[in-house]
Design a protein around this ligand. Sequence first.
Ligand code: SF4
Length: 399
Amino acid sequence: MNNLSLYIHIPFCIRKCHYCDFLSAPCDEETRQKYVDALCREIIQRAEEFQNRKVDTIFFGGGTPSVLSAEQMEQIVSTIRRHFQILSDAEISMEMNPGTVNKEKLETYKKLGINRLSIGLQSADNEELKILGRIHTWENFLQTWEMVREEGFFNVNIDLMSALPGQTLESYGETLRKVLALKPEHISAYSLIIEEGTQFYKWFGEEYEGQSEQVVQGNATDMNEALSIRKSKALPDEITDRKMYELTKTLLEEQGYYRYEISNYALKGYECKHNIGYWKRKEYLGLGLGAASLISDIRSTNITDLQTYLEVGNQKEETKLSATDQMEEFMFLGLRMMEGISPTEFEEQFGQSLQEVYGTQIAKLEKQGLLEFCRETQRYALTLQGIDVSNQVFVEFIQ
Ligand code: SF4
């Protein structure tokens, strides 16, 4: 029986960032405790189905898991340890944000066996952090960083974002250099995407595209706010965005980080095992509000309504994946990784050859220079050009 991964969702933050569309919100202490109790009930209930499975990765994501108190984290981790078989060398990761941790919490994480931290920095420029709506400054981050190292965490990721409002190639380069000077073991670097339903969508979305700064009936205040923010904090153009992306690769590779997934870089041996599991379609059980799972050929998502979760308990929506769905996922998730996908593994999993199923698409992408076969590894992987237009490549494998 294959090992299992656990994902635990903590849907709380100090306040909502302007670009964020994750399932997260601020809430009071009483709700947080009720949530931890409900989560523990779900952990106990779901564990029954997985008695014979060994867990090799756990990921606490959010939200901001570090808003929970040390005791609340202790309650969750001890419930997991009592009801699941956790391997002694399991990777146990936790997301945290500067301004939400102290020495006591870090000591507790260590004691609980949490051995990988992921810190949401996003930018080292305080103006950029402000427009993102982050609760912290670069200086706050540095204090957190020092504590993290002092407490003996040496498998740490720093999250960064590029293409931010008001960001220049120089300011982004400065962020990269400052972060590299700290020598974290892992860096995730994503480009900002303006998602619907966020504050950024109101400011930078399509609604006021091409409008001039003038009073319009009804939404005059919103529109004027959006136009004035756009004027003072413009989004970088496509060429600058592209240069930022190239700068990430150049600077990080110069410092010995290698890119193992489109947006993820690590020092050798510090890749995130849990996330690799997602890209390789390993089975994982998601626990907590809105958490997703992949067990056998079923993808499921927990309910997203907090009150129902607290009062009634979890309900989940399930989708049974057809063989075609699974093959598609194998392709577009697997190709996110720089090592690419193996035709042998495809055939072992699906009983059909890769050529038979996707021969036409592969030939087309190879001709366009977006995909290549490596004789040494016997795998197909995106070329550098293919990475640049990865979404265009992935669409080829979706019916
Ligand atoms: S800290 Fe993260 S999860 Fe929370 S609001 Fe900001 S981006 Fe969203």
